[in-house]
Design a protein around this ligand. Structure first.
Ligand code: SF4
Length: 265
């Protein structure tokens, strides 16, 4: 038997669903997966967009402002050692800069940053659920013209194929459920911004759906508690083993190919 963690996030819920063994390594044993070129790219782009919205009032946001916040976010990631920790060598910094600027251009093709009424960015949400605390960070919360809200999640990886589109919204459905008691009006739409391909995927949201999401998330937590009680976290090898830091030590016979500069899906 192992002790169940005291918190659950949408990303950890996804990890448990995809591979219980990887969940054990990270959520139970507390092993930290080091940054990768894909994750550090995502961190820089998220920080650049957050600062674009926080530092520049609506009506003053444009390409020059995004380039400036991107340069600052890149410099911060370098100064704080995150870029080096991700295995990006000094001679690859220009390529990283080109990449994050190109993703910023991809964002500007999606929308005029002066259009959305962003009421929060990088919003931390937390609620009690079953025997745990469910928590997460929402990239952006927009107020819509009809008084309802939209949740926006930025993605720097590949756009999922049609077979995986519905699955891609799972974390956002949990965010909508978390936000429901905190907002004066419902969340009516979930938006995934795939910045590299300038693609938006949308799904409608409603309080009725949140009830089902809550029940599903509680069932998932029950499954985690049962796994902890039996210390049963079987490896589930699959395509995501390419992006798993524990592949070299995993008893699940994962595929040996590791990811390079490719973004995680
Ligand atoms: S290598 Fe694959 S099977 Fe092993 S823990 Fe990682 S994701 Fe799971």
């Amino acid at each position: 038997m192992v002790t169940a963690p005291s918190t659950l996030s949408p990303s950890k819920a996804s990890t448990f669903t995809q591979c219980p063994r990887r969940y054990r390594y990270t959520a139970i044993e507390g092993l930290v997966e080091p940054p990768t070129p894909a994750t550090v790219t995502g961190t820089i782009v998220h920080a650049a967009l957050e600062h674009l919205f926080v530092e520049h009032p609506r009506g003053t946001r444009g390409r020059a402002q995004l380039e400036a916040t991107t340069a600052t976010a890149l410099a911060t990631a370098i100064d704080e050692g995150e870029v080096e920790a991700a295995g990006i060598a000094p001679h690859q910094l220009d390529a990283l800069g080109t990449k994050v600027r190109a993703i910023g251009e991809g964002y500007l093709k999606l929308e005029d940053p002066n259009d959305p009424v962003a009421v929060a960015t990088e919003l931390f949400v937390d609620t009690h659920l079953a025997h745990t605390h469910l928590r997460g960070i929402v990239d952006r919360l927009d107020l819509r013209r009809d008084g309802t809200f939209a949740i926006v999640d930025y993605k720097t990886g590949r756009t999922p194929g049609p077979a995986y589109e519905k699955k891609a919204f799972e974390a956002m459905r949990i965010y909508a459920m978390l936000l429901e008691p905190l907002l004066p009006a419902p969340v009516s739409v979930l938006r995934l911004y795939y910045l590299s391909s300038s693609t938006i995927l949308e799904e409608e949201s409603s309080p009725a759906r949140n009830g089902a999401v809550r029940r599903r998330t509680e069932a998932l937590w029950d499954a985690i508690e049962r796994s902890c009680a039996a210390d049963a976290f079987p490896p589930r090898p699959g395509p995501l083993c390419r992006f798993c830091h524990f592949a070299a030590h995993c008893p699940g016979d994962p595929p040996s190919t590791r990811a390079g500069m490719d973004p995680a899906p």
